[in-house]
Design a binder for this molecule. Sequence first.
Ligand code: ZN
Length: 550
Amino acid sequence: MKLREILTLRNLPALSPNQLLLLTVAYLALTQNLSLFSAILNSLPRPMGGQEWRILASTVFALVALLTTAMAGFCLPRVQKPALVVFVLVAATSSYFMRSFGTVIDKGMIANALNTNIGEASDLLSIDFFMHVLLFGALPAWIITRVPLRFARFSIELRRRLALVGIMLGGLIIILFSQYNALSFWGRQNREVRLYVNPTAPMYALKEMVADLLPKGPPPPLLIVAPDAVRQGSADAKPLLVVLVVGETGRAANFGINGYERNTTPRLSAIPELINYPDFESCGTATLESVPCIFSRLNQSDFSRKKAGAEENLLDIVKRTGVPVIWRDNNAGCMGACVRTGMISLEFEKDPVLCADGECHDNILLKDFNTVLPQSAGSATFLVLHQKGSHGPAYFKRYPESARHFTPDCRIESVQRCTREEVINAYDNTIVYTDSMLADLIEQLRSHQDSVNSVMIYVSDHGESLGENGIFLHGLPRGLAPDEQTHVPMMAWFSAQAPAALNLDLACVKAASIKSGSHDNLFDSILNLLSIRTAAYKPAQDLFAACQKN
Ligand SMILES: [Zn+2]
């Protein structure tokens, strides 16, 4: 063969459809499923004995059988090559994210990707990504298109395909029966491993996602939650502002106030009346789950986006009692929570100090703060500030120079090219900036406390992995998610006269803050802070009820 023939892949040997199928399966199994193999190996006890090796061998065969069966139906003239090309491209795209961030591509992850904005998405699409897809996707895909395929008569091909699939499934059945005990026990404990099978798991997730998006008749009427809700405030009381800061990607372990070895929260730690909740858990591991969950009466155990979307949430109830709801957003939106109550997006403001390159630092949420304060006696306002917080992987974009306490900090989007120390430095700087933003907010509230009582609650939507066990970012299914993704910071602050106005014993609240809590507590706690009475309120879930006099 001449060099030119080699470079243009002309005169490749002709293959039968089964041969091209098996070569593609071998390529995908060997090069695009490394995350699957490391997940399986991690799940097996060491040292590996005969049983562990049998489980490993069985799962490898199962992978080959699954990929072969999934692709066999597409092995028709004019269909096989485009289909295999799609499989290979999806596999290469998925394997990049799985290897780089230790994640899986499930329905939730695809939904997250579709709900992030262009800025966040482009943070993930680095040069490394394009090189990876070119090398492991486009190159083998091109080779597939160059292979001459020789189809026999339809009846012969049908028999060949059925024979191949029969061998694969027959082998799988024999393995399942002969290794039933070991495999069923291992499989039950490691159900989530199936999410790593590439590319069938991401393709299945994509199919599910598309099915969700297709119109399915008129939506059911919105379920009215707490139709009896009324606010019981005294008409001559000082106006009340309840501020809920919904943090982004803050993980509790990196907050100095929670005992982190670095003092990432110097200003908050110096506020003696601040109440810290060191043991607080998030509902989900991604914004799209956690944000609606925070405002839903549903608890983590029975929460689903679909269920929550079909009924009113905290914002609706508060608004219905006559309390204005203001949602200021510096993130990618309220994830459906504020669909009936509205939102003010400050993400693309043009403030010369706080904004640059199409995004703003979180202090933009405090802009013209006087305008959100309730004015008249007896009134209240519920203000939600939705931060950009510590959203990665481009952590360095989330803080100004003044918060750059820890250096060298990773200043590129491809975090996997930075050292772990640089990544952690950049992440910790985002916490330093959140510390300063929250302290600025408390200063604002304090400066108005003679005319407005206020309560501030800060809680993050979920945590973040920073390379522990090779896992980065967040969004793993809850069953797989490490503590770093679910253990979140949570704090409360009351202005000087707010506890008395709410009949709260602050010392008692402080003493109770060491108990474990979760996003499940917020719905009821905020109803109570706003003095909203309803049968839907569950005092056992209220962080403050036990410390209320009368
Ligand atoms: Zn988030």
